[in-house]
Design a protein around this ligand. Structure first.
Ligand code: MCN
Ligand code: CUN
Length: 796
């Protein structure tokens, strides 16, 4: 007699199942791009520009060609003969693959050498002689729009200056009116500095073109293999069915592996020309200096306030430095990603945002790194502005937030910038966090410490994030609508293989997708193998970024499982010899409603699909689902940090950090906690130690791990996580919201607000990240703001 299965025992929803992928990772048996070795494979290295802005007078590669073991030297000139010197970007701009006319940032790709091994290729790169004529350099938006600034993109028609876009959203007039009626206007200016996703594994590709079959296979580090396939089809003019993109194991993506990089394109062309596999593996400096960075946005923010703390309106202006090419991967409709998700958690009647994007002599990028398209900046600005407003009004940090939050009964809620948030319990999250940090008590301790010259501070940050693009009505990239997919094949023994259009980079999809199948079908998670990243076998999907996998692909997994269950129900009716209407489902089993003892397991249905199906039924138990979400999912979180600042040295230490995350139903609580810990660690690193900037000549300062610091367990503080607030997503089939980026998005403001709180009363309004000891010391000692990125700082 069959019985329902226990969901937690089979690794279903809510089980903290150990990550199955870790079995191979911790044994050193992962299969990363650089692990793949193909017969006859050659190696490619890239020659990069030492200068940030210069005209190329000539390139002499003859000495490189002469080196034994060199098979090919690619230059911009050669790429141009195949119309490949430039490629389209994901934001309707163009990007140089190999420079022809000018170099526009330090580290730009100038030439490639393909040789028997990477060392020969590297030596040959050094033998290439490039004659540069240096040009004036631009490293920030102020310089970009200054009178007489050199035009960086003189390759483009209709580009008389360095402005990429002027964009606005919201209600300008309504906002002006609200400001006119305000008791107080609070203002804040700050800079969210450039940061770098810096995955441990750098980017790379192995292109393998087979002339005999006309098939191009590319193994590569991409978070979105199907998008790459479409792009290669368009750029290289190859038929799409003859292109196979495979993303093997990925050693961290964090957004860095979304864009299309010149190295990928060059390895593909080289393989086509040489008819041999060509491997390109980027080195660490190459990764830090040339691949998609994040942030680098300047903000001018204003809040219209009523005396009691009610926020009447918000005005924001952002200046974004996009580097030399506008290559953000973001939904087409928007110019500055989802920056206008700012203040989505607050009930604000009206708001207006203007945004200007400019070119500079820096590597392109701007959107990637653990954020749903600029949400990190949006939430940082929001929480810094709210803190400044509370200080200006002299009211409590927690109170101003609580009184302005969207209430639980106001959902779905239309934000002043037009988003529709779905659900949440913002006040409750804040209460839980305040209790955990022992708010009142801390304030007492702080005052007492202050009287003895010790500087303690407490910083609150909240965030809500629009996760899961699409829906396809509103979201597309280059016209391709955003949705996702899952394909489930249940074999006759009841074991299954699941494939999705997403691509895990460390998030644990192999573990969690199987849990959704277990939840829907009662097939034990260990009986479901999950495979992603091969465009020949995976259903079409838009890939993994913007924490969209659970909201979209994860929903597709639930939906395809339900399709399988619907067919299994028919098989059960046939096996039990009753009509389908008389069949009931409980986890793992169908039974006859009037005789619950008479049942069949899902596994018995599976074998029947291959051996004993009713007349006229199509055999097999397989299906595919495409899921177009009705809305984004909106998780919410509160992070509170307490710190102590040493006024003598400017060093600050975290005393405690509490995190209350509400990401709806948690599929795997342990993985969710891992995601939060990872995000908080990155948030801490951004606020505390990571510095990647440019000197006046455009030299990248911090393009190595001596300067750009990755936090280890040694310097990272402990985090206290709280999971008791769960608001199921009302429109997601299993009630889950995304979580992958929340803590990296909301975390930084908690640390900065805490340090600023410690300095309250000194007249210092802002210290920009990273809050390095010298900056904090300078602020304390000279009682002034330390804002902006070198070489231009507010005090210069
Ligand atoms: N999850 C869950 N319950 C939920 C939500 C998520 O159990 N309610 C699980 C998911 O099933 C998945 C993981 O948590 O295993 C993250 O899910 P999700 O929030 O959907 O995010 P994605 O899978 O789409 O991952 C993308 C996100 C992004 S955009 C960046 S950047 C980032 C991040 O994930 N890069 C990462 N976390 C990372 N973690 C690792 N280890 N490596 C990266 O490169
Ligand atoms: Cu914005 S980094 Mo993640 O979306 O790949």
């Amino acid at each position: 007699m069959s019985q329902a299965v226990d969901e937690i025992k089979i690794g279903g929803l809510g089980a903290s199942r150990r990550r199955v992928e870790d079995n191979r990772f911790i044994r050193g048996k992962g299969n990363y791009t650089d692990d793949i070795v193909l017969p006859g494979m050659l190696h490619m290295e890239i020659l990069r520009s030492p200068l940030a802005h210069a005209r190329i007078k000539s390139i002499d590669a003859s000495k490189a060609w002469d080196i034994p073991g060199v098979h090919l030297v690619l230059t911009g000139e050669m790429m141009a003969t195949r119309n490949l010197a430039w490629m389209p970007t994901l934001s309707y701009d163009t990007q140089a693959v190999l420079a022809t006319d000018k170099v526009r940032f330090q580290g730009q790709e100038v030439a490639c050498v393909i040789a028997d091994d990477p060392y020969i290729a590297k030596d040959a790169c050094e033998a290439i002689v490039v004659d540069y004529e240096p040009l004036p350099v631009i490293v920030n938006p102020t310089q970009a729009v200054a009178e007489g600034a050199p035009v960086i993109r003189d390759d483009k028609e209709n580009q008389p200056d360095n402005v990429i876009y002027d964009w606005e959203v919201g209600d300008r007039d309504g906002t002006d009116r609200a400001f006119a009626g305000a008791d107080l206007v609070s203002k804040l200016e700050l800079h969210y500095p450039r940061s770098h996703p810096s995955p441990i594994e750098c980017c790379g590709s192995i292109a393998d073109f087979n002339r005999a079959t006309s098939k191009l296979t590319v193994y590569m580090t991409t978070q979105a293999p199907h998008i790459i396939r479409a792009a290669v089809a368009m750029v290289a003019e190859l038929p799409e069915h003859m292109i196979r993109i495979v993303s093997p194991d990925i050693g961290g993506g964090f957004g860095n592996k979304v864009p299309i990089y010149p190295g990928y394109v060059c390895s593909i062309l080289a393989s086509i020309l040489l008819e041999r596999p060509v491997k390109w593996i980027e080195d660490k400096s190459g990764n830090l200096i040339s691949t998609g960075f994040a942030r680098d946005v300047y903000l001018k923010g204003e809040m219209a306030l009523r005396k009691d703390g009610k926020i009447l309106a918000v005005r924001m202006h952002t200046d974004a430095d996009h580097g030399a090419f506008f290559s953000d991967a973001q939904p087409s409709k928007f110019k500055i990603g989802l920056m206008h998700s700012a203040f989505a958690a607050y009930d604000i009647p009206v708001a207006h945002l203007t945004a200007r994007g400019t070119y500079s002599n820096k590597a392109p990028g701007g959107v990637a790194y653990r954020c749903s398209f600029r949400v990190t900046e949006a939430m940082f600005f929001q929480e810094r502005m709210v803190q400044a407003a509370a200080d200006d009004l002299g009211i409590d940090q927690a109170q101003i937030r609580a009184m302005n939050f969207v209430r639980d009964d106001q959902f779905p809620h239309r934000t002043p910038f037009g988003f529709l948030t779905d659900s949440g319990q913002y006040g409750k999250c804040l209460d839980v966090a305040l209790k955990a940090i022992d708010y009142e008590n801390f304030r007492r301790e702080q005052a007492e410490a202050r009287s003895r010259g010790r500087l303690l501070g407490l910083g609150i940050s909240t965030m809500t994030e629009p996760l899961g693009a699409g829906n396809s009505r509103e979201y597309d990239i280059l016209g391709i609508k955003m949705f996702d997919s899952a394909d489930l094949k249940v074999h006759m023994t009841g074991k299954a293989i699941l494939r999705t259009g997403a691509k895990t980079q460390g998030q644990g999809h192999e573990t969690t997708w199987a849990q959704i199948v277990a939840h829907e079908l009662g097939i034990p998670a260990e009986d479901v193998v999950v495979e992603e990243g091969d465009t020949d076998t995976a259903p079409f999907g838009m890939g993994t970024y913007a924490s969209r996998s659970t909201p979209v692909a994860g929903a597709a997994v639930a939906m395809v499982s339900r399709k399988i269950r619907a067919k299994a129900r028919k098989l059960a009716a046939h096996l039990l010899e009753v009509s389908e209407e008389d069949i009931e489902w409980e986890l793992g089993r169908f039974y006859v409603r009037s005789a619950p003892d008479r049942g069949v397991t899902i596994q018995e249905c599976a074998i029947a699909a291959y051996s004993n199906m009713p007349d006229g039924m199509e055999p097999g138990l397989e299906n595919t689902a495409y899921y177009d979400p009705p809305n984004l999912t909106w998780p919410f979180a509160v992070y509170i940090a307490t710190v102590e600042v040493d006024p003598q040295t400017g060093v600050w230490d975290v005393l405690k950090l509490v995190a209350v995350d509400d990401c709806g139903v948690r599929i795997n609580p342990m993985i969710v906690e891992g995601q939060i810990m990872g995000g908080l660690t990155e948030a801490y690193a951004m606020s505390n130690m990571q510095f990647i900037t440019f000197d006046a000549e455009g030299n990248c300062v911090g393009s190595n791990y001596m300067d750009y610091l990755l936090p280890t367990a040694w310097e990272t503080p402990g985090f206290e996580l709280h999971s008791e607030v769960v608001t199921p997503c009302p429109h997601h089939p299993i009630g889950a919201k995304g979580i992958g980026e929340c803590a990296a998005v909301g975390g930084p403001a908690a640390f900065v607000n805490a340090v600023m709180d410690a300095l309250s009363g000194t007249g210092v309004r802002n210290i920009d990240m990273p809050m390095l000891p010298d900056r904090v010391w300078e602020a304390i000692t000279y009682r002034r703001d330390v804002s902006g990125a070198p070489p231009v700082r507010s005090d210069d």
